[in-house]
Design a protein around this ligand. Structure first.
Ligand SMILES: C[S@@+](CC[C@H](N)C(=O)[O-])C[C@H]1O[C@@H](n2cnc3c(N)ncnc32)[C@H](O)[C@@H]1O
Length: 235
């Protein structure tokens, strides 16, 4: 480790074996770990790190209500940033754990923006859910000059449709309760047969479901739909 006192550590999409060697080394050396957690219950991010933890590190669980479509819970991140800063001022090193990659739709951003002015922060990239979902579905993400578009499912229906029309490959994230809307657009564009649904990619509970057979309320938040306009035929 160099002099950096704060790390944003990408831990990968769920399988603890998908953590990088670099993240693993830092995870096992820091004094303090901080991670997002629901108001009650276990933190998915901590679960990914769990098999690798020394057992004697101080922990900061950043408990954020899992409100659908939440905006950053400002006071909670303010408080967490102060707590992390306190540790660092006392000479402690802190790793902020992130599911997947820290800078790919990660809540880490809210801490980064609060701490980066005062402290040096090293961001260690991680295997993102995008890579994990493509691999799990066996669907190549891009070839030659194809455009890949990442579409958050909470966007409104017309926006999703416009983005899908304008791209060759799309990854639709945060599907959950937006599944019915997304499926409606895919059906309208004739893309449902070219789409794959995967949830909890790389985790023990990973499931791949056939979109045409899914109930409207069956999709979960930790899921992704990948759709290729060409249907995945790269010959
Ligand atoms: C807040 S974003 C975090 C993304 C994360 N930083 C990354 O690099 O993958 C959460 C969204 O990522 C996607 N996601 C995260 N982990 C996933 C997994 N293991 N399988 C499928 N999708 C996942 C889902 O679309 C979920 O709604």
């Amino acid at each position: 480790m160099n002099d950096t006192k704060i790390w944003g550590l990408g831990l990968g999409p769920g399988d603890p074996d998908l953590i990088t060697v670099k993240s693993l080394k830092i995870l096992q050396q820091v004094d303090v770990i901080a991670y997002p957690a629901p108001l009650e219950g276990d933190s998915l991010t901590r679960t990914i790190a769990a098999p690798h933890l020394r057992g004697d590190q101080a922990e900061i669980a950043i408990r954020v209500p899992m409100v659908v479509e939440r905006y950053p819970a400002q006071e909670i991140y303010d408080g967490a940033a102060l707590e992390i800063a306190d540790h660092v001022r006392q000479g402690k090193s802190v790793a902020i754990l992130c599911e997947g990659d820290p800078f790919f739709y990660g809540s880490f951003m809210y801490l980064f923006s609060r701490l980066a002015e005062e402290f040096e922060i090293d961001v260690v990239p991680g295997v993102s859910s995008l890579a994990a979902s493509a691999a799990g579905l066996g669907m190549p993400l891009s070839e030659r000059n194809e455009v890949v578009t990442v579409i958050p499912a909470p966007l409104d229906e017309a926006e999703i449709e416009a983005r899908l029309k304008a791209t060759e490959v799309a990854a639709i994230m945060k599907v959950g309760r937006h599944f019915k809307k997304v499926k409606r657009v895919l059906d309208r564009l004739g893309l449902t047969v070219h789409a794959g649904y995967i949830e909890r990619a790389t985790m023990k509970e990973q499931r791949i479901l056939d979109l045409t057979e899914m109930a409207d309320d069956e999709a979960i938040y930790f899921s992704m739909i990948i759709v290729r306009r060409d249907g995945g035929d790269q010959r």
